[in-house]
Design a protein around this ligand. Structure first.
Ligand SMILES: C[S@@+](CC[C@H](N)C(=O)[O-])C[C@H]1O[C@@H](n2cnc3c(N)ncnc32)[C@H](O)[C@@H]1O
Length: 204
């Protein structure tokens, strides 16, 4: 269970910004474990996180990262950014108070050329095609050949339909989107999370 300060911060922001927060409570440790298990972290130098929130996955990631690695975490919610800065006094963590859409510019501005692992908690379903392209297209340009990217999608997200410009409805699945950017994708269902979620592990 997350500690009460974390739960309070997360849930208050979820109520105020449900669309961007996409969940009512932080991810469980089981989901965090499934998100991190496939990543090649032992020798990682640069790792990217999209949407750290109050750090449910960030915490587990910092536990596994080598001492000389850098974790670049993109978060749009200013309260979550402040929470992360206060909670994790870890020089490896760089909180970028900007949307994941800026991944390309922000990595380039820091002189970073290669990312060995990336994790995303973003609710891709409710994003525009332009946002998804900026985020995923921007990230893949930096991924090392053996890099792994993980993304979760809540189980109920499989029921999502998007309205096309001509009014027709199209089913949206994270896996369908990820296939445009990655050639190898595996999937695991994590029941022990609220709500249960699929974890997609993606390789170029
Ligand atoms: C479902 S929450 C996940 C939080 C945390 N990683 C966890 O698993 O408990 C999604 C997070 O993504 C952030 N977010 C939403 N859109 C974003 C964007 N475009 N760029 C960066 N962060 C974003 C939200 O503010 C929120 O913190």
């Amino acid at each position: 269970m997350p500690e009460s300060r974390e739960l309070k911060t997360f849930s208050e922001e979820a109520v105020n910004h449900l669309q961007s927060t996409s969940a009512l409570v932080p991810s469980s440790r089981y989901l965090a474990r499934a998100m991190l298990g496939p990543l090649p972290l032992e020798a990682a130098r640069t790792v990217v996180e999209f949407g750290p929130g109050t750090g449910a996955i960030t915490r587990a990631l910092l536990d596994l990262l080598p001492a000389e690695a850098t974790l670049i975490a993109f978060e749009i919610n200013p309260r979550f950014c402040a929470y992360l800065e206060e909670t994790f006094a870890d020089p490896r963590l760089v909180v970028v108070p900007a949307g994941a859409e800026r991944v390309k510019e922000e990595l380039a501005a820091r002189g970073l050329r290669q990312v060995e692992a990336a994790v995303s908690s973003l609710g891709l379903t409710l994003m525009s095609p332009q946002q998804r392209e900026a985020i995923l297209g921007g990230l893949v340009e930096f991924l090392a050949p053996e890099a792994v990217f993980t993304q979760y999608q809540y189980l109920h997200g499989l029921l999502a339909f998007l309205q096309l410009t001509d009014g027709r409805l199209e089913r949206f699945t994270a896996q369908g989107l990820l296939r445009r950017y990655f050639s190898r994708i595996s999937r695991e269902l994590v029941w022990r999370n609220l709500p249960p979620a699929f974890v997609f592990s993606c390789r170029r």
